[in-house]
Design a protein around this ligand. Structure first.
Ligand code: CTP
Length: 442
């Protein structure tokens, strides 16, 4: 039995060298060596193959093993170290490795077997397994594979015309049941289309509308839809996808009252520049969840009640839910206080902003014109909130104050005084404590 026919025999090493960072390439080669030692075939699949062909950086390795994925996961862990998370129910594993410049994570899945095995020689059967695995995927551009050889990458395996669709710029489902099998793909189609500036191919567009009109999204686990919404909000320019979702009548799945007004595009742009500013002057944007800022823009037309319905329906984590609702509940109040003309003491600004997360503050800034509110928020993020007292509760103990709620009260008052520039040094702080302790002690 000869080797299986490949739609295109293309050696990817050239591209790989350009696109994959050297440490990642070394990881790939090591995987190839381990696979060859274990006598199994291993393929790179999905997004990374697509991105290699597009010349885009992608550090997440998705591999499919024709054999025992969990066992192979353990072998890779013994080579790379890191943390192996096994998903026993699916027979898959994720290895998280943290070498600088190297893969963030390696997802390892087993090529699922066909229901029956063909009486054919091994390579053909193996190939059928891989084909089966690829056929279950969302779009042709995500259904390509490359065999990992000990020396690097082998030939491109493109059984459904993915490479052609990449060239032509089409998002094309692999089969007519694709969106019925997995309605989250309704959102994925839009996300990839807008990320790459592609077009959802005509028939695929019909399939999306058909699955949507049959209520498939409502039948899907809300958490899975939530993850797709979060991914859309993590895109570089989420407004493109949100606009397209509006045109495809997909926003209704988030909430029936959701609309997308023309001003949202501007809001996304403003918040992008604020996030950049935050990254330069405050701390790495990784310290905040940028998707929350974008999600808040996406649901800008919803009030507090409707927002609560959304966070409940999609079961957001408590942390995320609190941030999302805190924005809706506090926005007007913050604006009322901080848009006021005239002098405002730093302690007053802190009183308004301290209870809020940075995502919420940036979201409020993104909705205001350049002016006092933004300036006050900037000052709070850049300096006020880092101002700390030099004195502590120990100093109050030394002053003989009996333990109790007054400790907090006095220290809070002292901090306000310090913020407003009244206590420049530690000696001033101590004097302030002393005065407060004696003044209020019966
Ligand atoms: N996949 C799928 N159907 C889904 C989710 C994923 O078929 N609903 C497949 C696709 O082949 C996809 C792969 O699983 O390429 C990995 O999924 P994911 O990491 O979500 O997609 P990527 O293509 O890697 O997307 P991104 O570039 O956004 O990370």
């Amino acid at each position: 039995m000869g080797s299986p026919r490949l739609d295109e025999q293309m050696i990817l090493n050239d591209i790989t060298n350009k696109v994959l960072p050297a440490p990642l390439l070394r990881v790939v080669r090591l995987i190839g060596r381990e696979a060859s030692n274990a006598g199994i075939d291993v393929y790179l699949v999905g997004g990374i193959v697509r991105d290699m062909l597009l010349g885009r950086k992608n550090l997440d390795l998705d591999i499919v093993v024709e054999g025992n994925a969990l066992g192979f996961g353990h072998e890779l862990k013994s080579v790379f170290g890191g943390t192996l998370v096994e998903h026993k129910r699916f027979g898959t594993a994720s290895l998280f490795i943290s070498r600088p410049g190297s893969a963030g994570r390696i997802d390892i899945a087993a090529a699922r077997r066909e229901k029956y095995e063909k009486p054919a020689a091994l390579p053909a059967v193996e190939f059928a397994q891989l084909k089966d695995d690829l056929y279950r995927r969302d779009f042709t551009i995500n259904a390509m594979a490359v065999k990992i050889e000990p020396g690097g990458l082998g030939a491109l395996i493109d059984m459904f015309g993915g490479r052609d669709d990449l060239k032509k710029g089409f998002i094309r489902a692999l089969h007519d049941r694709s969106f019925i099998d997995d309605p989250t793909r309704i959102f994925r189609a839009v996300r990839f289309e807008q990320r790459f500036g592609f077009k959802i191919e005509l028939r695929t567009g019909y399939l999306i509308r058909d699955a949507a009109s049959r209520g498939m999204v409502r039948l899907t686990e809300a958490q899975r839809i939530r993850e797709e919404l979060i991914l859309i909000c993590r895109e570089e320019k989420p407004e493109k996808a949100v606009l397209r979702m509006r045109d495809l009548h997909e926003l209704v799945f988030i909430h029936k009252d959701l609309s997308f007004s023309g001003t949202l595009g501007r809001m996304f742009a403003v918040s992008r520049s604020l996030v950049k500013w935050y990254g330069v002057f405050i701390k790495s944007p990784a310290g905040i969840e940028v998707w929350i800022i974008n999600f808040l823009i996406m649901i800008d037309s919803l009030g507090v009640k409707e927002t609560r319905e959304v966070t409940d329906k999609f079961v957001f984590s408590n942390d995320d839910r609190n941030k999302i609702l805190s924005f809706k509940e506090n926005r007007d109040n913050v604006r009322r206080h901080l848009e006021r003309d005239g002098k405002m003491l730093p302690s007053e600004v802190c009183g308004v902003l301290r209870p809020l997360s940075d995502e919420v503050i940036l979201s409020i800034m993104a909705r205001s014109r350049p002016g006092v509110l933004r300036e006050r928020c900037r000052k709070y993020l850049r300096s006020y909130r880092d101002i700390k007292l030099k004195v502590t509760g120990d100093d109050l103990i030394k002053l003989g104050l009996p333990r109790g709620p007054r400790y907090r009260e006095i220290l809070k008052k002292a901090l306000s005084a310090k913020l407003d520039g009244k206590l420049p040094g530690k000696a001033d702080e101590l004097r302030y404590l002393e005065k407060n302790v004696t003044q209020n002690t019966p």
